[in-house]
Design a protein around this ligand. Structure first.
Ligand code: AKG
Ligand code: FE2
Length: 286
């Protein structure tokens, strides 16, 4: 398994975190994380609920991922087309199980290290999806939504918020015609407010994020966001969407996992290392 090459210039700084785990039974293990972000960016993510990495992937990698997506699309028997107006476009799921190019994201330092800066060293990946909008079918958009819709009212005093970070990686430019992402900074903390279904209206403070292909947005799983509509004259719009959560979270619920996919086979290998097991959700918790 390789890791995906990325543009060093897309990352403004790095820092180290050394975690010592308070587990005497395992002799207080230490985990060093080199975080591919500045400490200020981690603060910014915590405050605003998102971080942008413009042109993170070189174009040849974008091309490779586009080709991999084409390959999966030709024989994926579970393509989802039923999102209606609320979730336009088509969705392909479990891509890490379906093509090695996506499995290569298993240890992708620009996003994995930020997840470890936010949640601690024991994280797992959750979900690997593509959303594709076609130019001959304009007006594809999504409603305002956030992903972790699990907050009870009243708020229990010891509520553990479902903390996740999603990565939205664009394989095509998003602009006026292709429907850029739109977010409300800070809305990941609005845990006492309802967000209704079928809401496509502008919100005070919303930020529109047009981006060139190869860019990604890292977003808190409770951040309010939507994709603006694609318009006539736009081009194909391909998005990869994958996430991270603490190792003790559950996996994402969407799609049909192939019974004998690439991650399943990786876990069946007797030489599989502990970090891989943790990243795939079968280790790193009690
Ligand atoms: O297409 C986009 O830019 C966002 C899609 C999205 O938010 C989702 O599929 O959950
Ligand atoms: Fe979303």
């Amino acid at each position: 398994m390789n890791s995906i090459p990325f543009h060093e210039e897309a990352i403004p700084g790095r820092h180290m975190i050394t975690y010592r785990i308070r587990d005497s039974h395992r002799k207080f293990p230490v985990r060093d994380v080199e975080v591919l972000a500045t400490p200020q960016e981690i603060e910014q993510f915590t405050r605003d609920g998102y971080l942008v990495r413009e042109r993170l992937l070189p174009m040849e990698q974008v091309e490779r991922l586009r080709a991999a997506l084409d390959e999966v699309m030709t024989d994926d028997g579970h393509i989802e087309r039923g999102g209606g107006k609320a979730f336009g476009g088509i969705f392909l799921r479990h891509l890490m199980d379906k093509h090695p190019a996506f499995l290569d994201f298993l240890r992708f330092p620009p996003t994995l290290s930020i997840a470890r800066a936010l949640f601690g060293p024991s994280v797992q990946m959750r979900g690997f999806t593509a959303r594709i909008c076609f130019p001959d079918d304009p007006h594809q958009e999504t409603e305002w939504h956030f992903h972790q819709r699990l907050i009870p009212d009243p708020l229990p005093p010891l509520l553990t918020r479902p903390l996740t970070m999603d990565v939205l990686l664009y394989l095509d430019d998003t602009n006026e015609l292709n429907g850029p992402l739109c977010v409300v900074p800070g809305s990941h903390n609005w845990i006492e407010e309802d967000l209704e279904k079928d809401d496509f209206s502008d919100k005070p403070g919303q930020v529109v994020l047009p981006l060139p292909a190869g860019s990604c947005v890292l977003a808190h799983g409770s951040l309010w966001h939507r994709a603006l509509p694609t318009r006539p004259g736009g081009t194909l719009r391909r998005l990869l969407l994958f996430g991270y959560g603490p190792a003790w979270n559950k996996q994402a619920i969407y799609g049909v996992k192939p019974p004998d996919g690439l991650t399943t086979r990786l876990l069946q290998n007797p030489d599989v290392d502990e970090e891989t097991r943790e990243l795939l959700g079968v280790a790193g918790y009690m």
